[in-house]
Write a protein that binds this ligand. Sequence first.
Ligand code: SF4
Ligand code: SF4
Length: 105
Amino acid sequence: MRDMIAQINIDYDLCQDPLVCRGCLTVCPTVVFVCGPTKIWKFRETDTKEYKVVARYIDKCSGCGDCEKACPTGALKLGFISRAELRDRFRAERAAKLAAQQIQE
Ligand code: SF4
Ligand code: SF4
Protein backbone atom coordinates (compact mmCIF):
# COMPACT_ATOMS: atom_id res chain seq x y z
CA MET A 1 0.00 0.00 0.00
CA ARG A 2 2.96 2.33 0.65
CA ASP A 3 3.69 2.37 -3.06
CA MET A 4 0.15 3.50 -3.89
CA ILE A 5 -0.90 7.13 -4.18
CA ALA A 6 -4.44 8.30 -3.42
CA GLN A 7 -6.43 10.03 -6.16
CA ILE A 8 -9.74 11.80 -5.65
CA ASN A 9 -12.22 12.51 -8.41
CA ILE A 10 -15.19 14.77 -7.85
CA ASP A 11 -18.12 14.79 -10.25
CA TYR A 12 -19.29 18.41 -10.18
CA ASP A 13 -22.62 17.49 -11.75
CA LEU A 14 -23.32 15.62 -8.51
CA CYS A 15 -21.56 18.03 -6.13
CA GLN A 16 -23.55 21.18 -6.74
CA ASP A 17 -23.74 22.85 -3.35
CA PRO A 18 -20.55 22.18 -1.40
CA LEU A 19 -21.07 25.20 0.86
CA VAL A 20 -24.23 23.61 2.25
CA CYS A 21 -23.06 19.97 2.15
CA ARG A 22 -19.50 20.25 3.47
CA GLY A 23 -19.46 16.47 4.03
CA CYS A 24 -15.93 15.78 2.80
CA LEU A 25 -14.63 19.06 4.23
CA THR A 26 -15.93 18.19 7.69
CA VAL A 27 -15.00 14.53 7.85
CA CYS A 28 -11.44 14.49 6.48
CA PRO A 29 -9.04 14.07 9.41
CA THR A 30 -6.05 15.49 7.53
CA VAL A 31 -7.83 18.49 5.95
CA VAL A 32 -7.20 17.51 2.35
CA PHE A 33 -10.15 19.48 0.93
CA VAL A 34 -10.63 23.18 0.38
CA CYS A 35 -13.68 24.98 -0.95
CA GLY A 36 -13.54 28.29 -2.76
CA PRO A 37 -15.03 30.36 -5.58
CA THR A 38 -13.95 29.65 -9.15
CA LYS A 39 -15.02 33.12 -10.34
CA ILE A 40 -14.84 36.46 -8.61
CA TRP A 41 -16.61 39.53 -9.93
CA LYS A 42 -15.62 43.01 -8.85
CA PHE A 43 -18.21 44.63 -6.56
CA ARG A 44 -20.45 41.58 -6.70
CA GLU A 45 -20.98 38.75 -4.27
CA THR A 46 -19.90 35.40 -5.72
CA ASP A 47 -22.77 33.11 -6.62
CA THR A 48 -22.80 30.08 -4.30
CA LYS A 49 -23.02 27.90 -7.45
CA GLU A 50 -19.51 29.06 -8.35
CA TYR A 51 -17.97 27.42 -5.29
CA LYS A 52 -16.14 24.15 -5.79
CA VAL A 53 -14.52 21.71 -3.42
CA VAL A 54 -11.12 20.35 -4.47
CA ALA A 55 -8.66 17.86 -2.94
CA ARG A 56 -5.90 20.48 -2.76
CA TYR A 57 -3.70 18.71 -0.20
CA ILE A 58 -3.96 15.18 -1.59
CA ASP A 59 -0.38 14.48 -0.42
CA LYS A 60 -1.79 14.51 3.15
CA CYS A 61 -4.38 11.81 2.38
CA SER A 62 -4.10 8.65 4.48
CA GLY A 63 -6.54 6.73 2.26
CA CYS A 64 -9.03 6.16 5.10
CA GLY A 65 -12.02 6.45 2.75
CA ASP A 66 -14.14 8.56 5.15
CA CYS A 67 -14.77 11.26 2.54
CA GLU A 68 -16.21 8.79 0.04
CA LYS A 69 -18.48 7.31 2.74
CA ALA A 70 -19.61 10.77 3.87
CA CYS A 71 -20.47 12.03 0.38
CA PRO A 72 -24.28 11.96 0.18
CA THR A 73 -24.50 12.24 -3.61
CA GLY A 74 -21.80 9.76 -4.69
CA ALA A 75 -19.89 12.64 -6.31
CA LEU A 76 -16.60 11.80 -4.64
CA LYS A 77 -14.60 8.74 -5.68
CA LEU A 78 -11.38 7.67 -3.99
CA GLY A 79 -8.92 5.56 -5.94
CA PHE A 80 -5.30 4.51 -5.76
CA ILE A 81 -2.58 4.48 -8.38
CA SER A 82 0.93 3.07 -8.17
CA ARG A 83 3.91 5.43 -8.36
CA ALA A 84 5.05 3.68 -11.54
CA GLU A 85 1.63 4.15 -13.16
CA LEU A 86 1.54 7.82 -12.15
CA ARG A 87 5.06 8.37 -13.53
CA ASP A 88 4.08 6.71 -16.85
CA ARG A 89 0.93 8.85 -17.03
CA PHE A 90 2.93 12.08 -16.47
CA ARG A 91 5.46 11.03 -19.10
CA ALA A 92 2.73 10.27 -21.64
CA GLU A 93 0.98 13.60 -20.91
CA ARG A 94 4.26 15.51 -21.26
CA ALA A 95 5.12 13.74 -24.51
CA ALA A 96 1.66 14.54 -25.91
CA LYS A 97 2.05 18.21 -24.88
CA LEU A 98 5.49 18.48 -26.51
CA ALA A 99 4.20 16.81 -29.70
CA ALA A 100 1.29 19.29 -29.84
CA GLN A 101 3.73 22.24 -29.38
CA GLN A 102 5.96 20.94 -32.21
CA ILE A 103 2.97 20.70 -34.57
CA GLN A 104 2.12 24.37 -33.82
CA GLU A 105 5.69 25.58 -34.49
S1 SF4 B 1 -9.46 9.22 2.20
FE1 SF4 B 1 -9.48 10.01 4.34
S2 SF4 B 1 -7.61 11.26 4.49
FE2 SF4 B 1 -7.99 10.90 2.31
S3 SF4 B 1 -9.13 12.71 1.63
FE3 SF4 B 1 -10.64 11.12 2.19
S4 SF4 B 1 -11.15 11.53 4.36
FE4 SF4 B 1 -9.26 12.65 3.88
S1 SF4 C 1 -19.33 15.38 0.38
FE1 SF4 C 1 -19.70 15.07 -1.83
S2 SF4 C 1 -21.42 16.39 -2.34
FE2 SF4 C 1 -20.64 17.05 -0.33
S3 SF4 C 1 -19.19 18.73 -0.77
FE3 SF4 C 1 -18.00 16.81 -0.71
S4 SF4 C 1 -17.94 16.05 -2.83
FE4 SF4 C 1 -19.58 17.58 -2.70
